[in-house]
Design a protein around this ligand. Structure first.
Ligand SMILES: CC(C)(COP(=O)(O)OP(=O)(O)OC[C@H]1O[C@@H](n2cnc3c(N)ncnc32)[C@H](O)[C@@H]1OP(=O)(O)O)[C@@H](O)C(=O)NCCC(=O)NCCS
Length: 142
């Protein structure tokens, strides 16, 4: 089993993983988000090799994650789960009230596992169907 480490990374480090995973046939620059330098980015290192990424953006206490990507040859090894678990902990520390994402419809089942539920908002972009999924974060009163 690989040694897994997750840490906050510089925005530009996400680009290659996003490209190879999600848009391998498209120009490299399409993976760059206008807001990337306002985001918080996390990288998963498997045996010291950057293998998965996810990016968090927030408006007040409402957080959105974008561009969750695990390199194709490393998928189904639990790394996507590790990244989601990590950002859920991060959101809790930040006292976030909601975490949401534009989910690719074919990845919907993956998010159900964490308690995300589908909203009524759906859309299509670049030939992909998306649905907004969200998780309301509740905290015990302390
Ligand atoms: C979606 C993605 C991030 C999941 O990461 P991963 O490392 O492969 O996921 P895990 O290995 O942690 O999978 C955990 C579980 O979800 C399941 N799963 C993973 N991807 C799935 C999918 N697309 N649809 C349904 N189930 C999926 C796995 O089978 C596994 O189930 P199990 O625990 O019952 O065995 C990864 O497949 C990926 O990068 N896909 C391409 C890009 C993409 O679609 N990103 C999401 C955009 S919304």
């Amino acid at each position: 089993m690989a040694l897994v480490q997750i840490e906050q990374i510089f925005p530009s480090l996400t680009w290659r993983i996003r490209h190879e995973t999600m848009y391998p046939d498209q120009p490299f620059d399409i993976v760059k988000l206008k807001d990337d330098f306002e985001g918080i980015h996390f990288g998963l290192y498997a045996d010291h090799k950057l293998t998965g990424v996810v990016s968090l953006f927030h408006e007040g206490s409402v957080y959105q994650f974008r561009k969750l990507a695990v390199l194709p040859n490393a998928q189904k090894s639990g790394y996507g789960t590790r990244l989601i678990d990590y950002i859920l902990d991060f959101c809790k520390i930040q006292r976030a009230t909601k975490l949401w994402c534009n989910a690719r419809v074919n990845a919907k089942e993956f998010y159900f596992k964490f308690g995300f539920h589908e909203t009524n908002s759906t859309f299509s972009k670049d030939g992909q169907d998306f649905v907004i999924m969200e998780l309301i974060l509740n905290y015990e009163l302390q």
